[in-house]
Design a protein around this ligand. Structure first.
Ligand code: 13P
Length: 243
């Protein structure tokens, strides 16, 4: 099964989002071999779902609280995300790690909260430009993995995404063999440390209709996590067609 995930980040409010989904729905379909998942800002998800004639789109949230319901101003719990109708949640995106200081402990709690609610977790890893330049990408990523997961986790509900920080929104990507090697390292690490075979690993970071086919043809790439290009429905659909 191949997956294509649209991370809209803090873009597209109610009508914009609804329009985009209607146009995506006209052009592409989920089937047994591939699926697309949309991560709008959460309040737009509710609006979009209410206004679709046939609500057959798979939605996810871009974040999830590390806490259960309670006195946590501004936060949204995994239970609430589930009640909105989301099936997935994104955890560990580098923008949240960097701009909201989310460390391994926080991310571990978020994963636990999401799994308790039977949400599927898309967990992001990815190295800094400095680590990449020092040839330390693998070490950087292996640490990110072993510091948050536990053998008791339900790995059936976990998908990983490799997003090199320096490739996000920059129009630069690693070389094709570098992407494939890191994905292979991620799968190998999950097997060695947690005894999990062939966990899905998506690639994210400057995926466009022009480079998607080449990226998705790599042996260890199971789909994509798309930022900028997912904001334009036609671009997102073109990427989906290459999957
Ligand atoms: P871009 O596709 O804009 O590089 O963003 C990738 C991303 O951060 C998806 O989560």
């Amino acid at each position: 099964m191949k997956l294509l995930v649209a991370n809209w980040k803090m873009n597209k409010s109610f009508n914009d989002g609804l329009r985009a989904i209607k146009s995506i729905k006209k052009k592409i379909k989920n089937d047994r071999k591939k699926k697309y998942i949309i991560l709008p800002p959460l309040q737009s998800t509710l609006y979009i779902k209410k206004n679709l004639i046939k609500d057959d789109v798979i939605f996810g949230s871009q974040d999830c609280s590390q806490f259960k319901n309670g006195a946590y101003t501004g936060d949204i719990s995994a239970e609430m995300i589930k009640k909105v109708g989301c099936k997935y949640t994104l955890i560990g995106h580098s923008e949240r790690r960097i701009m909201y200081n989310e460390n391994n402990k926080v991310l571990r709690n978020k994963i636990k909260r999401a799994l308790e609610q039977k949400l599927k977790v898309i967990f992001c890893v990815g190295e800094t430009l400095i680590s990449y330049k020092q040839n330390k990408s693998s070490q950087f990523i292996i640490r990110q993995l072993i510091n948050v997961f536990d053998k008791s986790d339900n790995f059936k509900n976990i998908i990983l995404a490799y997003e090199p920080i320096w490739a996000i929104g920059t129009s630069v990507t690693p070389k094709m063999n570098e992407i494939d090697n890191i994905h292979h390292t991620i799968k190998k690490t999950m097997k060695k440390k947690f005894n999990i075979l062939n966990i899905p690993v998506l690639y994210g970071g400057s995926v466009k209709p022009t480079n998607a086919a080449e990226i998705f043809s790599l042996k260890n790439v199971d789909g994509g996590l798309i930022g900028g290009a997912s904001l334009i429905a036609s671009e997102f659909c073109k990427i989906y067609d290459t999957l």
